[in-house]
Write a protein that binds this ligand. Sequence first.
Ligand code: GLN
Length: 190
Amino acid sequence: MKVAVLALQGAFAEHETMLQRLGADTFQVRQLSDWQQHKDALVIPGGESTTQLNLLEHLNLLVPIRNAIHDGLPVFGTCAGMILLACQEDGKPRQGFGTMDIDVRRNAYGRQMGSFHTVQAVNGIGDDIPMTFIRAPYAHGLLSSSAKVLSQVDGHIVAVQQDRQLATAFHPELTDDTRMHEFFLHIATS
Ligand code: GLN
């Protein structure tokens, strides 16, 4: 299993460490020639979605990555990665990959709740999944029946699966708990 990790900005190194702990090979995608290597799956890290989007456009990576996801490449987006996968933000179409039928709200928890940690169950994965939120989004609507809620915190959707696409508002790569990544590798190989 070879996992491409988008490495333009943000917490990509922590994803690589976790994937490698689980036995996957990883490589960083910083430019188009990296992307052209063989891969079985893609991870889009947290960070700053506007910065990542500008770089994706500038480096001519946005369209080839979007096409690969459309063609079935398994993808896991965390936080800013979730925002980049969403096809809507606050009810309006948004720039990005736009491959997940979700409507997101950015920086959705307000200034005082900008960063927090909690534990919550994730359907099909387990109880007590540690969740670190950093100026995180949430999904406030699912736009098709193929998008499924996996977890909610305080009534807000924080984990979604749509076929072979997985998105979390939180950062599992910043904890010691490997279950979200194991679940993703399972999706990617099934
Ligand atoms: N607030 C960031 C954004 O809008 C996401 C934060 C994160 O990825 N930790 O892109």
